[in-house]
Design a protein around this ligand. Structure first.
Ligand code: NAP
Length: 271
């Protein structure tokens, strides 16, 4: 049974991803749909997920939720101390580079154990024509040689990098409507995954797409476009991920993150 004398262990999840929602659902005191507690019953948990507040109607995770920036690494370190956080899990999107670096700095300052959760990246298979680049600027530079009708799935925040490409037409898919600057010739499709191969095939065909741009987000929910592109012989510009900050341990999914927490808290109990 939970030790009544000790407050619950507080886990802060930096979220905004499917993995973060799955982890919160598995750890939160009354996990929706989870058949048994992920951690031992004597380890009472308080689970808070932090969202950046970019999306107007976010999918809310189980447990407690806070929304908005912390004010840099110092603000995050302060939050960790003021809310007595026992473990920090960076389950943000692989391309959310700034918050991941802030998390590494803040965890070191506040002496809070930190783990990063990163789903595996995509790998090209037979029949794929991939052009791997390291930034949105490089992706934009590669486009004119590859096609004229672009399916752009890198999110509305990076559209400025493509705004100078006046000779190309863009189909832009994003969760919320983009704001300028953006390419002058574009159609916006407001939608969020999961997407099906059938749906992606239809999009490529209907809009006569001849090149696709994606970040290597590695998510199953958005991988269908790669299959559809392969089938249609459409080349794909893939933006590579930034590295996880040095020294931060990484696991691939929520199950391994729960395992890490279990090890962390049982080691602390045995001292
Ligand atoms: P970012 O560039 O790494 O972070 C910019 C700033 O946003 C951070 O310095 C921080 O502000 C705030 N922030 C980011 N994530 C936060 C979180 N989970 N909780 C509180 N504040 C957060 O981040 P981004 O690429 O804009 O992504 C923002 C959010 O969208 C992340 O939660 C990420 O998981 C999600 N997301 C991103 C992408 C993508 O392609 N980048 C795709 C899908 C989902 P302060 O410095 O003030 O603390």
């Amino acid at each position: 049974m939970p030790d009544a004398a000790r407050p619950p262990r507080h886990v802060l999840i930096l979220g905004g991803t499917t993995e973060a929602r799955r982890l919160a659902a598995a750890l939160a005191p009354e996990p929706a749909g989870a058949p048994e507690p992920v951690l031992a019953p004597e380890c009472a948990l308080r689970v808070t997920t932090s969202l950046a507040g970019r999306v107007s109607a976010p999918r809310l995770p189980a447990g407690e939720v806070r929304i908005g920036g912390f004010g840099g690494p110092e603000g995050l370190a302060r939050w960790l101390r003021e809310h007595a956080v026992d473990a920090l899990i960076d389950a943000t999107h692989p391309f959310a580079d700034t918050i991941s670096h802030n998390a590494a700095l803040a965890a070191a300052t506040a002496h809070v154990p930190l783990l990063a959760v990163r789903r595996p990246g995509w790998v090209p298979g037979p029949g794929d024509t991939w052009h791997q680049v390291t930034s949105l600027d490089e992706a934009a530079a590669a486009l004119p040689a590859l096609g004229t009708r672009v399916f752009l799935t890198t999110g509305r925040m990076g559209l400025a990098h493509f705004a100078h490409l006046t000779g190309l037409w863009f189909l832009v898919r994003s969760v919320d409507a983009p704001e300028p600057p953006h390419p002058p010739r574009m159609e916006v499709l407001l939608d969020r995954g999961p997407f099906t191969v059938e749906g992606e095939r239809a999009l490529l065909r209907t809009h006569r797409i001849d090149v696709l741009v994606t970040k290597d987000s590695g998510a199953a929910a958005t991988a269908a476009k790669l299959t559809a592109a392969r089938e249609a012989g459409v080349p794909v510009v893939v933006v590579r991920r930034p590295p996880v900050p040095d020294g931060v341990p990484v696991v691939e999914g929520p199950e391994a993150a729960a395992e890490w927490l279990r090890g962390l808290f049982s080691a602390a109990d045995s001292h």
